[in-house]
Design a protein around this ligand. Structure first.
Ligand code: AMP
Length: 215
């Protein structure tokens, strides 16, 4: 299965994509995580990407398209994938089309995860994550058991640099300007399915199965 998840930052794409990956046994490809890994390792891509990410802007299309094309060549992506955070601009959507066409494949689902701006701002500003294992917490709704430490590996939790209020606002604006047109692109082809990003975690797997017709 080849699935694309679209939606504003903090809408719950990451949580949905993990569940969908488990449903279909497909790898989840998260461009944000790939870029953060490149920044942490200070690779040439990471060094270029960092400035854009810190400001809440999109990393240039060519760099991200190249990253995804390379990831698609890895064997685990041959039979399917869940794309989380890509495509994020019309040029990325076109590049994805070309990559799929070149291998005679097509998308099976485009899922739009929706959530209101106020809820997004609250979620992101209170989000803390584990730099070691990637576990995500929310200071009120899903607080860590030990203050400031990861439940799984006890590493000190951090706030992402781009989860600071002024950058969150810019990321939402960038989503409206650059990523909404991607929704229009798939909507015109009648391919979009929608799910709310605040469905209770316990109900979410069943809700995702329903919307994807995988009951
Ligand atoms: P995310 O974790 O998906 O919110 O992404 C964090 C940041 O990484 C974004 O604000 C962008 O700067 C960058 N980024 C992630 N995915 C993409 C993409 N597909 N195109 C351009 N920039 C991206």
């Amino acid at each position: 299965m080849r699935v694309v998840l679209l939606g504003p930052p903090g809408s719950g794409k990451g949580t949905c994509s993990k569940i969908i990956g488990e449903i279909y046994g497909a790898p989840v490809i998260t461009t944000g995580d790939m870029l953060r890994a490149a920044v942490a390792k200070a690779t040439p891509l990471g060094v270029t990407a960092k400035g854009y990410m810190d400001r809440g802007e999109l990393v240039p299309d060519d760099l991200v398209n190249g990253l995804v094309a390379k990831r698609f060549r890895e064997p685990d992506a041959a039979d399917g994938f869940v794309l989380d955070g890509y495509p994020r601009s019309p040029r990325q959507a076109e590049a994805l089309e070309r990559m799929l066409e070149a291998s005679g494949k097509r998308l099976d689902h485009v899922l739009h995860v929706t959530l209101e701006d106020e809820v997004i701002i609250d979620r992101l500003s209170k989000r803390r994550s584990c730099p070691k294992c990637g576990a995500i917490f929310h200071l009120e709704n899903k607080p860590p058991r030990m203050n400031g430490k990861c439940d799984t590996c006890s590493t000190a939790l951090v706030q992402r640099d781009d989860d600071k209020p002024e950058v969150i606002r810019r990321r939402i604006e960038v989503y409206r300007e650059k990523t909404r047109p991607v929704l229009d692109f798939y909507e015109k082809r009648g391919e979009i399915k929608t799910i709310r990003g605040d469905i209770d975690l316990k109900q979410l797997p069943a809700a995702l199965r329903r919307v994807l017709g995988h009951d």
